[in-house]
Design a protein around this ligand. Structure first.
Ligand SMILES: NC(=O)c1ccc[n+]([C@@H]2O[C@H](COP(=O)([O-])OP(=O)(O)OC[C@H]3O[C@@H](n4cnc5c(N)ncnc54)[C@H](O)[C@@H]3O)[C@@H](O)[C@H]2O)c1
Length: 354
């Protein structure tokens, strides 16, 4: 395609995150936001100025689009993304790719899904993640042996009024994606799930033990019911609606020669030949680059133009969805669960249905 031509992108779902993407797209020179579909959106919202409003999905898709940003509620993700892929349009699909593993398997059968679907786990595009990933690959931490982490925020009651939701599909799914990006595919999960924070039907707290196919092991706890500086959202400046906390961090990566906290990038190690009876040497690293959401849209432009394979594609979405499903199966049945066994079972039952 002509490298000078801007890629024409439509927005489906002009709510909180959809409009955030429109604002950020203004800083991405290769993308032009041309239209949107959202029957409930305010017609004259400043973020949507200049975008043509469409009344139907096919009307939007007929506007010579290269790609769409899908930011509708979770229950519409798979059906909307599949419809767009069937019409040959590249899709940037907000997380979670699907609500269940079965839905994700259905999405994996859409045409061109492997090369034309990017899922919105923006943390992978964060400069701190990019630096951490390259340090791991260069062996700067030695042999990676473990990862620990916490995501803990206190959400207000009104957040749950219109749409009851649990911390798993809303928040932990991001962590399950990022730990696999850093440590390899998760192959076994053991978990406990609690409702003690809010007393609601949906879980508010999840603790899990993770075993990665690389041999790395880890543990993580996520809750939407406790105020803390530990969690990606407060440890970064990604979302202006969540104040940055300078004490914030979320993951601790443990290697045989150094440990690294992410995203605050504190590297700790001993001098050569020294060990735990000697003082640690600390260094805070700096990661250069634009923010995660802007990087993500630049990457989507490359995916649309066929210059890049999706960094978070259907394979990664399936792995993440299987890991989340494994959390709930493990907590329910009190056992250690294989993610691959869940994927195989879901594929078998999907092929019986078709
Ligand atoms: N990556 C992230 O960190 C992140 C952050 C926030 C939200 N999200 C995800 O983005 C999605 C949207 O979340 P949100 O917070 O923006 O919700 P929201 O409720 O603010 O926005 C959803 C929008 O979709 C519109 N909509 C509903 N049905 C539609 C339809 N059939 N066609 C077109 N538009 C329709 C609604 O009118 C609403 O404006 C969710 O799946 C959520 O999980 C991801």
């Amino acid at each position: 395609m002509n490298p000078e031509r801007k890629l024409r992108v439509g927005l489906i779902g002009a709510g909180f995150i959809g409009r955030t993407h429109v604002r950020i797209a203004k800083s991405v020179p290769t993308i032009e936001m041309v239209g949107f579909l959202d029957p409930m959106a305010e017609a004259d919202h400043a973020d949507l100025a200049g975008l043509r409003r469409h009344g139907t999905l096919d009307g939007l898709l007929a506007d010579k689009l290269d790609g769409v940003i899908v930011a509708v509620p979770d229950d519409l993700h798979v059906v909307t993304a599949t419809h767009c892929l069937e019409r040959g349009i590249a899709v940037f699909l907000e997380k979670p790719a699907a609500r269940t593993l079965d839905e994700c398997i259905a999405l994996s059968r859409a045409p061109m899904v492997g090369s034309r679907l990017l899922v919105g786990h923006q943390r992978r595009h964060h400069p701190a993640t990019r630096l951490a990933k390259s340090l791991i690959e260069q062996g700067q931490l030695g042999r990676l042996i473990g990862i620990g982490g916490v995501f803990a925020v206190k959400k207000d009651d009104k957040y749950f009024v219109q749409r009851p939701r649990g911390v798993g599909l809303v928040n932990l799914i991001h962590d399950l994606d990022l730990v696999q990006h850093l440590c390899g595919r998760l192959d076994h999960v053991s978990a406990a799930v609690s409702h003690r924070g809010r007393g609601a039907r949906e879980e508010d707290t999840i603790a899990l033990t993770m075993e990665f196919e690389t041999g790395v092991i880890g543990s993580f706890i996520a809750t939407d019911s406790s105020p803390s500086p530990w969690g990606w959202d407060q440890a970064t400046t990604e979302l202006p609606s969540i104040p940055y906390d300078a004490a914030g961090t979320t993951y601790s990566l443990l290697g045989t020669t150094a440990s690294l906290s992410i995203p605050d990038l504190k590297l700790s190690r001993h001098r050569a030949g020294e060990a735990w009876h000697h003082p640690l040497q600390h260094e805070t690293l700096k990661a250069a680059g634009a923010d995660a959401y802007a990087n993500q849209l630049h990457h989507f432009a490359d995916v649309m133009a066929g210059r890049a394979s999706p960094l978070v594609g259907i394979t990664e979405a399936l792995a993440t969805q299987a890991a989340l499903e494994a959390v709930f199966v493990s907590a329910r049945e009190g056992r250690r669960v294989s993610t691959q066994a869940l994927i195989d079972a879901a594929r078998r039952s999907a092929s019986h249905i078709h």
